[in-house]
Design a protein around this ligand. Structure first.
Ligand SMILES: [Ca+2]
Ligand SMILES: [Ca+2]
Ligand SMILES: [Ca+2]
Length: 234
């Protein structure tokens, strides 16, 4: 019994270390429990995927400029304004962002954006309990509050995606300060699916910018039959 919990904790740590770049699509390695061990699922909230954009590489994402105005999601630093020159400059935070202004001069773009950032496929087939999409984000400096739309699909074709949540990203009163905050969307309905695509989409209005500092997905439980499956495969 004690051994089982020790092994379960090791398994949880192994799963928590699963990172992006590229997503590991093979089942998590679960150490075989002792034959007499109980058949309880491993439980606790743990991270099964994350991307913090610190490497500036989003080649594993699909970024779609659906409105076709050549303004799309990009990995970069959050924007700040140089108060001496009025130029848009990079801040300190590595983000995935999308802007509805010309970053050379700050002028608004004429077109309403329809920019999709589609995460690499995640495999939710061996997790149970509540599964949550967590992200740290803000509307950029010199912007107001804006909704970000979260879509989910089991197909890479975003036309099949359904709206999972409309999340209001809020700013404080200081126009040039950072107001990154954590937001959560329940994505438990995709439990059991082998390929899940989560997308971030701007709302259907003009804006200055959306900036996402980090995204991570948590699950409450590892399904007990994973250890059985692994056992059989061995
Ligand atoms: Ca990356
Ligand atoms: Ca666009
Ligand atoms: Ca970051």
């Amino acid at each position: 019994m004690k051994n089982f919990f020790l092994l379960a904790i090791i398994a949880l740590i192994a799963i928590s270390c699963q990172n992006d770049d590229p997503i590991n699509s093979s089942p998590p390695v679960v150490v075989d429990p002792e034959p007499e061990s109980p058949e309880e699922p491993v439980s606790g909230k743990f991270t099964i995927w994350e991307d913090d954009f610190e490497d500036g590489d989003v080649s594993d994402w699909v970024l779609l400029d659906k409105d076709g105005n050549n303004s799309n999601w990009i990995a970069r630093k959050n924007i700040q304004l140089d108060l001496n020159t009025g130029a848009i400059v990079g801040g300190d935070i590595n983000i995935l962002g999308t802007y509805n202004v010309d970053l050379n001069n700050g002028a608004p773009l004429d077109q309403i954006e329809q920019n999709w950032a589609i995460m690499p496929a995640i495999d939710l087939s061996y997790y149970g309990g509540k599964i949550e999409l967590n992200f740290t984000a803000q509307p950029s400096v010199y912007d107001g509050n804006h909704n970000i739309l979260i879509y989910g699909s089991t197909s890479s074709d975003q036309a099949t995606a359904k709206l999972l949540g409309t999340i209001l990203l809020t700013r404080g009163t200081t126009i040039d300060a950072a107001y990154f905050a954590d937001y959560i969307v329940d994505i438990s309905e995709f439990k059991g699916s082998h390929t899940v695509y989560i997308s971030f989409v701007n709302e259907n209005t003009s804006f200055v910018g959306y900036e996402i500092d980090k995204i991570w997905i948590t699950a409450e439980a590892l399904l007990e039959n994973v250890s059985k499956k692994t056992h059989k495969l061995n």
